[in-house]
Design a protein around this ligand. Structure first.
Ligand code: URA
Length: 205
Protein backbone atom coordinates (compact mmCIF):
# COMPACT_ATOMS: atom_id res chain seq x y z
CA UNK A 1 0.00 0.00 0.00
CA UNK A 2 1.40 3.39 -1.04
CA UNK A 3 0.24 6.71 0.42
CA UNK A 4 1.77 9.99 -0.75
CA UNK A 5 0.30 12.14 1.98
CA UNK A 6 -1.41 15.15 0.44
CA UNK A 7 -1.39 18.18 2.75
CA UNK A 8 -0.53 21.85 2.12
CA UNK A 9 1.81 22.00 5.14
CA UNK A 10 3.67 18.91 3.95
CA UNK A 11 4.15 20.42 0.48
CA UNK A 12 5.39 23.66 2.03
CA UNK A 13 7.80 21.95 4.43
CA UNK A 14 9.18 19.67 1.70
CA UNK A 15 9.85 22.77 -0.44
CA UNK A 16 11.83 24.32 2.42
CA UNK A 17 13.78 21.07 2.83
CA UNK A 18 14.66 21.00 -0.85
CA UNK A 19 16.02 24.56 -0.79
CA UNK A 20 19.83 24.43 -0.84
CA UNK A 21 19.93 27.52 1.38
CA UNK A 22 18.15 25.77 4.28
CA UNK A 23 20.76 25.19 7.00
CA UNK A 24 21.15 22.16 9.31
CA UNK A 25 19.13 23.55 12.25
CA UNK A 26 16.03 24.30 10.16
CA UNK A 27 16.59 21.14 8.11
CA UNK A 28 16.52 18.95 11.24
CA UNK A 29 13.39 20.68 12.53
CA UNK A 30 11.63 20.19 9.20
CA UNK A 31 12.57 16.50 9.03
CA UNK A 32 11.13 16.00 12.53
CA UNK A 33 7.95 17.91 11.70
CA UNK A 34 7.43 15.92 8.50
CA UNK A 35 8.03 12.68 10.40
CA UNK A 36 5.28 13.75 12.82
CA UNK A 37 2.81 14.34 9.96
CA UNK A 38 3.67 10.97 8.37
CA UNK A 39 3.30 9.21 11.73
CA UNK A 40 -0.16 10.70 12.19
CA UNK A 41 -1.20 9.24 8.81
CA UNK A 42 0.55 5.91 9.30
CA UNK A 43 -1.00 5.24 12.70
CA UNK A 44 -4.62 5.91 11.75
CA UNK A 45 -5.30 2.18 11.48
CA UNK A 46 -3.68 1.07 14.76
CA UNK A 47 -5.92 -1.30 16.69
CA UNK A 48 -7.35 -0.20 20.03
CA UNK A 49 -8.84 -2.05 22.92
CA UNK A 50 -11.30 -0.56 25.37
CA UNK A 51 -10.28 0.20 28.93
CA UNK A 52 -12.28 1.67 31.80
CA UNK A 53 -11.14 5.18 32.81
CA UNK A 54 -12.11 6.94 36.02
CA UNK A 55 -12.38 10.67 35.43
CA UNK A 56 -12.73 12.96 38.49
CA UNK A 57 -16.47 12.91 37.78
CA UNK A 58 -17.46 9.58 36.28
CA UNK A 59 -16.46 6.22 34.91
CA UNK A 60 -16.12 6.08 31.12
CA UNK A 61 -14.66 4.03 28.32
CA UNK A 62 -11.11 4.82 27.25
CA UNK A 63 -8.76 3.15 24.79
CA UNK A 64 -5.26 1.71 24.74
CA UNK A 65 -3.20 0.50 21.79
CA UNK A 66 -3.38 -3.27 21.30
CA UNK A 67 0.25 -3.61 20.27
CA UNK A 68 3.53 -1.96 21.22
CA UNK A 69 5.32 0.09 18.60
CA UNK A 70 8.96 -0.06 17.54
CA UNK A 71 10.61 2.68 15.48
CA UNK A 72 13.46 1.41 13.31
CA UNK A 73 15.69 4.24 12.04
CA UNK A 74 18.20 3.32 9.36
CA UNK A 75 21.47 5.04 10.33
CA UNK A 76 22.24 7.76 10.08
CA UNK A 77 19.62 9.97 8.41
CA UNK A 78 16.79 7.95 9.96
CA UNK A 79 17.80 9.13 13.44
CA UNK A 80 16.26 12.58 13.05
CA UNK A 81 13.03 11.15 11.67
CA UNK A 82 12.89 8.81 14.69
CA UNK A 83 12.97 11.87 16.98
CA UNK A 84 9.88 13.21 15.19
CA UNK A 85 8.05 9.88 15.50
CA UNK A 86 8.92 9.76 19.22
CA UNK A 87 7.25 13.14 19.73
CA UNK A 88 3.98 11.55 18.59
CA UNK A 89 4.55 8.09 20.17
CA UNK A 90 6.84 8.79 23.15
CA UNK A 91 6.55 5.25 24.54
CA UNK A 92 7.73 3.53 21.37
CA UNK A 93 10.83 1.36 21.51
CA UNK A 94 13.66 2.18 19.12
CA UNK A 95 15.76 -0.35 17.21
CA UNK A 96 18.76 0.80 15.17
CA UNK A 97 19.99 -0.60 11.87
CA UNK A 98 23.37 0.44 10.40
CA UNK A 99 24.00 -0.33 6.73
CA UNK A 100 26.65 0.74 4.25
CA UNK A 101 26.70 0.21 0.51
CA UNK A 102 29.25 -2.23 -0.92
CA UNK A 103 31.00 -0.35 -3.72
CA UNK A 104 31.22 -3.40 -5.98
CA UNK A 105 27.79 -4.98 -5.56
CA UNK A 106 26.05 -1.69 -4.60
CA UNK A 107 24.06 -3.79 -2.10
CA UNK A 108 23.62 -2.94 1.61
CA UNK A 109 25.95 -4.54 4.16
CA UNK A 110 24.93 -4.60 7.83
CA UNK A 111 27.39 -3.16 10.35
CA UNK A 112 25.02 -2.64 13.28
CA UNK A 113 21.68 -4.01 14.42
CA UNK A 114 20.14 -3.63 17.87
CA UNK A 115 16.44 -4.42 18.08
CA UNK A 116 14.05 -4.31 21.06
CA UNK A 117 13.27 -7.57 22.84
CA UNK A 118 9.83 -8.88 21.87
CA UNK A 119 9.88 -7.07 18.51
CA UNK A 120 7.96 -9.95 16.91
CA UNK A 121 4.77 -8.74 18.63
CA UNK A 122 5.26 -5.04 17.81
CA UNK A 123 4.10 -2.83 14.96
CA UNK A 124 7.37 -1.73 13.35
CA UNK A 125 7.85 1.68 11.73
CA UNK A 126 10.98 1.87 9.57
CA UNK A 127 12.18 5.46 9.02
CA UNK A 128 14.61 6.69 6.37
CA UNK A 129 14.09 10.14 4.84
CA UNK A 130 15.27 9.27 1.30
CA UNK A 131 13.90 6.19 -0.47
CA UNK A 132 16.31 5.99 -3.42
CA UNK A 133 16.98 2.43 -4.72
CA UNK A 134 15.04 0.96 -1.80
CA UNK A 135 17.74 -1.64 -1.15
CA UNK A 136 18.42 -0.53 2.45
CA UNK A 137 14.75 -0.50 3.36
CA UNK A 138 14.24 -3.84 1.65
CA UNK A 139 17.15 -5.28 3.65
CA UNK A 140 15.57 -3.94 6.86
CA UNK A 141 12.15 -5.38 5.99
CA UNK A 142 13.75 -8.81 5.40
CA UNK A 143 15.65 -8.57 8.69
CA UNK A 144 12.49 -7.69 10.63
CA UNK A 145 10.55 -10.51 9.00
CA UNK A 146 13.32 -12.94 9.95
CA UNK A 147 12.70 -11.79 13.54
CA UNK A 148 9.02 -12.70 13.18
CA UNK A 149 7.63 -9.18 12.68
CA UNK A 150 4.38 -9.21 10.70
CA UNK A 151 3.18 -5.58 10.65
CA UNK A 152 5.63 -3.16 9.01
CA UNK A 153 5.14 0.48 8.03
CA UNK A 154 7.77 2.51 6.18
CA UNK A 155 8.01 6.31 6.42
CA UNK A 156 10.17 8.26 3.96
CA UNK A 157 10.05 11.93 3.09
CA UNK A 158 11.08 11.79 -0.58
CA UNK A 159 11.09 8.71 -2.82
CA UNK A 160 12.14 7.78 -6.34
CA UNK A 161 9.81 5.55 -8.40
CA UNK A 162 12.48 2.80 -8.51
CA UNK A 163 12.67 2.68 -4.70
CA UNK A 164 8.90 2.68 -4.31
CA UNK A 165 8.56 -0.31 -6.65
CA UNK A 166 11.36 -2.14 -4.83
CA UNK A 167 9.77 -1.66 -1.39
CA UNK A 168 6.23 -2.45 -2.53
CA UNK A 169 7.48 -5.64 -4.19
CA UNK A 170 8.23 -6.91 -0.65
CA UNK A 171 4.45 -7.33 -0.28
CA UNK A 172 2.20 -6.53 2.70
CA UNK A 173 3.97 -3.22 3.44
CA UNK A 174 2.44 0.18 4.15
CA UNK A 175 4.59 2.93 2.61
CA UNK A 176 3.96 6.58 3.56
CA UNK A 177 5.69 9.42 1.69
CA UNK A 178 5.68 13.20 1.74
CA UNK A 179 6.70 13.44 -1.95
CA UNK A 180 7.26 11.19 -4.95
CA UNK A 181 10.06 12.51 -7.16
CA UNK A 182 11.03 11.95 -10.80
CA UNK A 183 13.98 9.58 -10.86
CA UNK A 184 17.46 8.63 -9.63
CA UNK A 185 20.57 10.09 -11.24
CA UNK A 186 23.63 7.97 -12.17
CA UNK A 187 25.07 8.39 -8.66
CA UNK A 188 21.89 7.16 -6.98
CA UNK A 189 20.64 10.59 -5.86
CA UNK A 190 16.95 11.42 -6.12
CA UNK A 191 16.03 14.16 -8.63
CA UNK A 192 15.01 16.86 -7.90
CA UNK A 193 15.43 15.58 -4.31
CA UNK A 194 17.25 17.58 -1.68
CA UNK A 195 20.84 16.32 -1.94
CA UNK A 196 22.41 14.11 0.71
CA UNK A 197 20.02 14.06 3.66
CA UNK A 198 22.66 12.82 6.15
CA UNK A 199 25.10 15.57 5.22
CA UNK A 200 22.42 18.25 5.41
CA UNK A 201 21.14 16.98 8.78
CA UNK A 202 24.53 16.76 10.42
CA UNK A 203 26.44 19.51 8.59
CA UNK A 204 29.02 17.12 7.18
CA UNK A 205 30.87 17.30 3.82
N1 URA B 1 20.22 9.45 -0.01
C1 URA B 1 20.19 10.79 0.10
O1 URA B 1 20.54 11.32 1.15
N2 URA B 1 19.79 11.52 -0.95
C2 URA B 1 19.41 10.98 -2.11
O2 URA B 1 19.03 11.71 -3.04
C3 URA B 1 19.42 9.57 -2.22
C4 URA B 1 19.85 8.83 -1.16
Amino acid sequence: MLSVVDHPLIKYKVSLLRDKNTGPKEFRELVQELAMFLTYEATKNLELTEQVVETPLATTTGFVLCRKIAIIPILRAGLTMAEGVLKVIPNAKVGHIGLYRDHKTLMPVEYYAKLPIGIEDMVCIIVDPMLATGNSIRYTIDLLRQQGVSQIKVLSIIAAPEGIDNVLSCGDIELYLAAKDERLNDEGYILPGLGDAGDRLFGTK
